[in-house]
Write a protein that binds this ligand. Structure first.
Ligand SMILES: *Cc1c(COP(=O)(O)O)cnc(C)c1O
Length: 252
């Protein structure tokens, strides 16, 4: 079906426009400048061709959560000058590849991982921009530092030479209850205000995804991480035996 308004634009380009409009509307509703909110396009599991389509529509920042996948995509798209954000949970043996190919890391919840990233970040490159992940819903199985341990970790990470601590990130437990989500996001904002009062120069709240970006923006999100609303449902792509086993795409 040809859409009159959007003509021949690809579905990704149309979806990107829709998401940008959502961000704009949500920002204006709480009297925030839409330009103060960065859209991170979460391209995990998506082929490089989808990233090129989004790039063609002006998108520059992309989020991935597997180390091998971001390394492969960053290498194959190196000429585009994209900004790569690692948003997954990071194991010690994967820090080097992330320190080498990413600009941002959002999921830090242990000092050990931050120390490795700092050590492995090449001195010829700008410091790695990082956010600490906070477990705002108190889910036992989830990543993230408990809220009451966030302050000491933030001060320790801020002191590492090759990292630049920018703020906090969270992935609240999914809920239809927007007022509960809003309380989770508010917790992250309050933590950030507390640490700023303690002298850290934090400017980033990485929160809000496809289903709750409006609520996150109302609580001060500066980066929203959006996958499904741009690229469609994950898991609909063709799976090989290998991706089914490991959850990671196979290197070509
Ligand atoms: C996958 C993922 C997202 C994007 O979620 P959508 O619901 O597809 O928008 C955001 N943040 C993190 C940490 C993710 O792993």
């Amino acid at each position: 079906m040809k859409n009159q308004k959007f003509g021949d634009m690809t579905p990704i380009v149309v979806a990107l426009r829709t998401v940008r409009t959502r961000i704009d509307t949500a920002a204006r509703a709480v009297e925030r400048d839409p330009a103060s909110i960065c859209l991170l396009a979460v391209s995990k599991t998506r082929p490089a061709s989808d990233i090129r389509a989004a790039f063609g529509a002006g998108q520059r920042a992309f989020g991935e959560n597997y180390a091998s996948e971001v390394a492969e995509k960053a290498a194959s798209l190196v000429g585009l000058g994209l900004e790569w954000h690692f948003i997954g949970s990071l194991q010690g043996n994967k820090t080097r590849v992330v320190a080498e190919c990413c600009d941002w890391v959002h999921g830090i919840d242990r000092l050990k991982i931050a120390e490795r990233l700092s050590m492995q970040r090449d001195t010829s490159r700008p410091p790695l921009q990082v956010c600490l992940q906070v477990n705002v819903s108190g889910e036992a199985s989830k990543g993230g530092v408990p809220p009451n341990e966030a302050a000491p970790l933030a001060h320790a990470v801020a002191a590492l030479p090759r990292l630049c601590l920018r703020g906090f990130m969270c992935v609240p437990e999914p809920s239809e209850d927007q007022s509960q989500l809003r309380r989770r996001f508010a917790l992250l904002r309050q933590l950030s205000e507390q640490l700023r009062a303690e002298g850290l120069a934090l400017d980033t709240l990485s929160m809000g995804m496809s289903h709750d970006l409006e609520t996150a923006i109302a609580e001060g999100a500066t980066i929203v991480r959006v996958g499904t609303a741009i690229f469609g449902e994950r898991g609909k792509e063709v799976k090989t035996a290998e991706t089914a086993k490991t959850g990671e795409p196979v290197s070509q």
